[in-house]
Design a protein around this ligand. Structure first.
Ligand SMILES: Cc1cc2nc3c(=O)[nH]c(=O)nc-3n(C[C@H](O)[C@H](O)[C@H](O)COP(=O)(O)OP(=O)(O)OC[C@H]3O[C@@H](n4cnc5c(N)ncnc54)[C@H](O)[C@@H]3O)c2cc1C
Length: 419
């Protein structure tokens, strides 16, 4: 078995998924170029929590020590009524402080720079900013290529065609790679009627709130989570569709006063970020077309109330890095077959886990808080009640999401896998 010295991967998109894929590949000696149309890392704070399977991949990439130095391991997650009444919850502390798979919390605007700094140390990786992919060039039985518009420091643009053995679209929700492969509007699923407003806020009135709190209420449903060790919280709440950014901004003080413990006025807190989002549940028809592959938001979207968007994306790129490593190292004699397994497994895990879990929690938040625990109808919350009395079961529940992982090295010819 000989590694191919001319093997090259292009990753489109230097978001967290693209950077992590490039890091995992380059640490195995694979030559990888990351193209991004922007001129630097996306500064929006978006994701904050990374579930156990994502933590495993971040650890494998060698970045977890830095993630935990900047962030922390949240304790309990719970569901409450608007008046603060505790309903039930799941305690990550049952895993113990040193469990390697514990959920980690760090706002995305801090995770991106950590992965980028590790990637910068890899000699076989490069990140090219100002390189916007405008479409697929094509592919044959040797290579694939993309059309790129490069913007220089003087603002001048130059069109270019770049080629590689495989090209991976990690170019986010509006992925050009996905649209070129499947059509602009071919991203099956749905857009939720409600829009979400994600805020970061410093407020010291959360009292006995746990690290993560989902508030069930027909009108003022929301999530409040501690997201830093210096007192910053993420408060994400729903608003009707159709309101403009200015209208949402004008309504924010009244929403906080109605929702948060202590009914604070604007002088009582410091708003550090305010970002409205439309949210979707969508899955691309295929995550592989020949030498073009999709991963993370480019391939699938979900609402953020399951903490599964980037968690699922990170698991994609972990698995894909194994498939590509197997091809590069000569341990996979049928590249098409293993990449087809990648497509099938990752789409199945989205359909059977990410989509239902995140959708159920979204719907749960606007259900009736007085009846949600009665009659065992909400199976998940009923399991949480059981876990509160059974520590072994609580540990199982805390790690249940590791079912998102899949070992693609079992499809290597000799099942030797990756060191
Ligand atoms: C409010 C909110 C909270 C969230 N919370 C969580 C959470 O707690 N946990 C979780 O797991 N997930 C969460 N998510 C989801 C998570 O933020 C996303 O899944 C994640 O950011 C997607 O990363 P990505 O690398 O796939 O895409 P992106 O971060 O969108 O990166 C895409 C990159 O591609 C580049 N690009 C785009 N088009 C082109 C092109 N044509 N050519 C070249 N480059 C291009 C962009 O410039 C960008 O750098 C949350 C999302 C939101 C909105």
């Amino acid at each position: 078995m000989m590694a191919r010295s001319d093997f090259k991967i292009i990753v489109v998109g230097a978001g967290p998924a693209g950077l992590l894929l490039a890091l995992l590949l380059s640490k195995q000696g694979i030559s990888v170029t990351v193209l991004d149309g922007a001129d630097g890392l996306d500064p929006r704070p978006r994701a904050t929590h990374y579930g156990p399977p994502a933590v495993r991949e971040l650890r494998r990439a060698g970045v977890m020590d830095d993630v935990l130095a900047a962030g922390f391991q949240p304790g309990k997650i719970c569901w409450r009524k608007l008046d603060g009444t505790y309903l039930t919850g799941l305690d990550n502390n049952v895993l113990g402080e040193n469990h390697p798979d514990r959920v980690a919390c760090l706002p995305l605007d801090q995770l991106g720079p950590i992965i980028a700094a590790h990637l910068a140390k890899q000699t076989t990786a490069e990140v090219k900013w100002g390189h916007r992919v405008t479409g697929l060039g094509g592919q044959d039985d040797q290579k694939a290529w993309v059309d790129v518009l490069m913007t220089g420091g003087d603002g001048q643009t130059t069109a270019k065609r770049l080629e590689a053995d495989y090209i991976v679209g990690c170019d986010g929700a509006n992925s050009q790679i996905r649209r070129s492969l499947h059509g602009d509007l071919n991203f099956p699923g749905k857009t939720w009627d409600e829009q979400l407003v994600a805020t970061n806020v410093y407020y010291d009135g959360f009292g006995d709130y746990e690290d993560a709190n989902f508030i069930i209420d027909k009108e003022h449903w929301h999530m409040a989570s501690r997201i830093s060790t210096d007192g910053m919280w993420r408060v994400t709440y729903g608003e009707p569709a159709g309101l403009s950014h200015d209208e949402l901004r004008a309504r924010q003080p009244a929403k906080f006063e109605a929702m948060l413990p202590g009914h604070p006025k604007p002088a009582d807190y410091k708003l550090a970020n305010f970002s409205p989002y439309r949210v979707h549940q969508r899955l691309a028809p295929k995550m592989r077309v020949g030498r073009f592959l999709l991963a993370a938001d480019a391939a699938h979207l979900c609402n953020p109330f399951g903490g599964l968007g980037l968690t699922g994306g990170i698991v994609d790129v972990g698995g894909l890095s194994d498939c590509l490593y197997g091809i590069y190292s000569g341990q996979v004699s049928n590249p098409d077959a293993i990449l087809e397994v990648y497509d099938q497994v990752r789409r199945q895990k989205y359909a059977e886990m990410v989509d239902p879990i995140s959708s159920e929690n979204f719907v749960r938040l606007s259900s009736d808080p007085d009846t949600v625990l009665s009659g065992g109808e909400d199976k998940f919350l009923t399991l949480c009640l059981k876990a509160e009395k059974d520590e072994e079961f609580a540990r199982e529940m805390a790690l249940g999401i590791n079912e998102l992982l899949y070992d693609f090295t079992q499809h290597f010819d000799l099942k030797k896998g990756r060191e």
